[in-house]
Design a protein around this ligand. Structure first.
Ligand code: BES
Ligand code: MN
Ligand code: ZN
Length: 487
């Protein structure tokens, strides 16, 4: 899809030629500055009770006299058009148009100043509304005929808005890649496939390099926890290392670690059958790391970034790891695997130790880690855990800017108790109470040598039910965090 700014004077909306004009009214009253033809029709609609001036309402009007665009949609947004309200109004407005015949939509914000953040959100929303999964369903119909979106502005704003659109395009491409990879079924999206996709991405960007460690490599390194998860699968495990060099070699990198379980059966601690298919999304963390690299490379960010993806399947079988087995992690700490379904933390802990060799400025792991996090926060916010105050607040702020929210949860010492084992340095589970927190406490034992944050995206990485599919989260949060660090 094509996104551009369209320069037009404030009183030139009626003359815009597009298939549809989407007016977003950021006001509790119809602004006096609105052209007569538009003000007239909006006032009539409000008086007739067909359009309520409440945030998120929208009305479709066809062939309005005096308006060149044959379709007019009026969407209502809260005063001042704060980001969340702008998104809600746009979503409501686009929903009215996207199934119709319009190819080119012009969008204008009325009653508030349009800035780069508005432009970025427009791109994100339009992509979200039009993405269709086709890889194993080539017959899937297009979601919309939309091809072109123009953001109406005055000449002085154009440059800032173009920058916002460019950022939106990069993030949308990253989100699309993350969604696409996570949506692919586990018989297609294997660890080998993820490694091939990482290589494909690296081929498109000169400053991006990829290295893939094979089973024998991680054996030699001593990643006993990662290998224990992988040991019953017929799919070869892959430990994928991505490196983006956008700054001087001496600059300490940020490391992103993504859980890459391409299918989680639970192993010997087998999961129940209902909804088990959704465990193909258990590589959502890995997908978000690849998506974030795509966005960072597209934007050419002046940072150094390392991506680590321990990828494997968690399967039962004659060679599977068993409850009570004790393994030695790369850190040297031993782990009693009390529940083979708590596999995410096992692959992540070895990656967190591996991260030390990059002398990182910060390490962030991203994982569909616990059902308990879904119970705690539902599907709206990702769980954020961090031992580093500054890192935690920049991640929370980045989530706000990207419309990709997180919520901080605690890491109190007292929760650590639950991980005690009589047969190893720790067990891999801490019981049902505070399950998202004890999982984070487990990871923290491997992340003491740098500033660390953990994002539990079990509730946000995909949707269930009729709209089943990956969301691409938290690519917007991570990309905004990295944009800010690049300065
Ligand atoms: N991949 C799951 C977490 C998950 C469950 C994500 C449901 C989304 C929806 C993870 O590997 C897992 O199985 N976690 C267990 C941990 C438990 C055994 C301590 C869980 O949450 O039940
Ligand atoms: Mn599991
Ligand atoms: Zn899992």
């Amino acid at each position: 899809m094509d996104f551009k700014t369209l320069q037009a004077p404030k009183d030139g909306l009626c003359a815009i030629s597009a298939d549809a004009l989407l007016l977003v009214l950021a006001a509790s009253a119809v602004p006096a500055a609105l052209e007569a033809a538009l003000a007239g029709v909006v006032n009539v609609a409000v008086e007739a009770g067909d359009l309520r001036l409440e945030s998120g309402r929208a009305l479709y009007l066809h062939r309005v006299q005096g308006v060149k665009a044959p379709r007019l949609v009026v969407a209502v947004c809260a005063d001042g058009a704060p980001p969340a309200a702008w998104r809600k109004a746009l979503a409501a407005g686009l929903a009215q148009i996207k199934e119709g015949g319009a190819r080119h939509v012009a969008v204008a914000l009325i009653g508030a100043e349009c800035d780069a953040a508005h432009a970025e959100a427009l791109v994100a929303l339009a992509h979200e509304a039009t993405y269709v999964y086709r890889r194993t369903k080539p017959s899937a119909p297009a979601a919309s005929r939309l091809e072109r979106l123009s953001l109406v502005c005055e000449k002085a704003q154009a440059r800032a808005l173009e920058a916002g659109l460019a950022r939106g395009r990069a993030i949308a491409a990253g989100v699309a890649l993350a969604r696409e990879l996570a949506n692919r079924p586990a018989n297609h999206c294997t660890p080998t496939h993820l490694a091939a996709e990482a290589r494909l991405l690296a081929r498109r960007h000169a400053r991006l390099a990829v290295q893939v460690l094979e089973r024998r490599d991680v054996e030699k390194l001593g990643m006993g926890a990662f290998l224990a998860v992988a040991q019953a699968s017929h799919q070869a495990p892959k430990f994928i290392v991505l490196r983006w060099q956008g700054a001087a070699k001496t600059k300490a990198p940020v490391v992103l670690v993504g859980k890459g379980i391409t299918f989680d059966t639970g192993g010997i601690s087998l999961k129940p059958a209902p909804e088990m298919d959704e465990m193909k999304f258990d590589m959502g963390g890995a997908a978000s790391v690849l998506g974030t690299f795509a966005a960072v490379a597209e934007l050419g960010l002046a940072i150094n970034l390392v991506g680590l993806v321990p990828a494997c399947e968690n399967m039962p079988g004659g060679g599977a790891v068993k409850p009570g087995d004790v393994v030695r992690s790369l850190s040297g700490q031993t782990i009693e695997i009390l529940n083979t379904d708590a596999e995410g933390r096992l692959v992540l802990c070895d990656a967190l130790t591996y991260a030390e060799r990059f002398k990182p400025a910060a390490v962030i792991d991203i994982a569909t880690l616990t059902g308990a996090c879904v119970i705690a926060l539902g599907h709206h916010r990702s769980g954020l855990f961090s031992s580093d105050e500054a890192l935690a607040s920049s991640l929370l702020a980045a989530g706000e800017r990207g419309g990709d929210l997180a919520w901080r949860l605690p890491l109190d010492e007292a929760y650590d108790e639950a991980l005690k084992s009589n047969f190893a340095d720790m067990g891999n589970v801490g019981g049902r109470p505070g399950g998202a927190i004890t999982a984070a406490k487990f990871l923290q034992r491997f992340a003491s040598r740098y500033g660390w944050a953990h994002l539990d995206i079990a509730g946000t990485a995909w949707k269930s039910g009729k709209e089943k599919g990956a969301t691409g989260r938290p690519v917007p949060l991570l990309t905004h965090f990295l944009i800010e660090r690049a300065g």
